[in-house]
Design a protein around this ligand. Structure first.
Ligand code: FNR
Length: 182
């Protein structure tokens, strides 16, 4: 099976982000034919349509990384019942100029970690609306709404209580990417 590149977009830019810790542990469970590239979004300017014809180098980098991806995994916190602005900003950047969106057709999956009991369910639903509009075929199930708990990530790996659950999500996402990016 050919080598596949998964762009991982984490919706939190704080240093100790639970989502980043979770994402870094999750990608260790990807199959051997898949390599994860963490996409940087913390240094992007605020999206301004006036800059479409003269994008900042960070925007070009983001666009190139998404272009090079066979699949995209979004791992997002929930801020006030939606996705964080930094994530929406990155999505908007790579969706433009009009007709040149690099998200177009990329198979995707969404998941997320929050401290609250609903585990980013509403943020994920908002994100699904956005990426559906951007024509990203997105894994419908399993859904993964994670509440941060002691032991979720241990020594950089998913802890024993959640390992199998995460593996099922990863395996289904990998099959989704293999099918749609063939
Ligand atoms: C939050 N948090 C939060 N949690 C949740 O379950 N639902 C929500 O709507 C919100 N809203 C919210 C708004 C803002 C501005 C902040 C800063 C936080 C709490 C959130 O789950 C918690 O801060 C996580 O730790 C954020 O993810 P990272 O940064 O650890 O990946």
């Amino acid at each position: 099976m050919s080598q596949k590149n998964i762009a991982v977009v984490v919706g939190s830019i704080r240093k100790e982000s639970f989502n980043r810790q979770f994402a870094e542990a999750l990608v260790k469970q990807l199959p051997a034919n898949m390599k994860a590239t963490f996409v940087r979004i913390d240094d992007l300017p605020l999206y301004d349509q006036d800059d479409d014809s003269n994008p900042a180098p960070q925007v070009t980098r983001l666009r190139d990384e998404i272009k090079a991806a066979d699949g995209v995994l979004f791992v997002t916190p929930e801020y006030n019942r939606s996705m964080p602005g930094v994530l929406k900003n990155a999505i908007d950047h790579a969706s433009r100029p009009w007709g040149k969106s690099v998200w177009n057709g990329k198979p995707a999956a969404v998941c997320g970690v929050s401290v609250g009991a609903i585990g980013t369910a509403l943020a994920q639903q908002h994100l699904r609306n956005v990426i559906a509009y951007l024509n990203m075929p997105t894994l419908g199930a399993p859904e993964m709404f994670i509440q941060w708990k002691e032991g979720l990530v241990e020594n950089g790996a998913i802890g024993p209580a959640s390992k199998d659950f995460v593996q099922k999500f990863v395996d289904d996402f990998a099959a989704w990417v293999n099918k749609l990016s063939a």
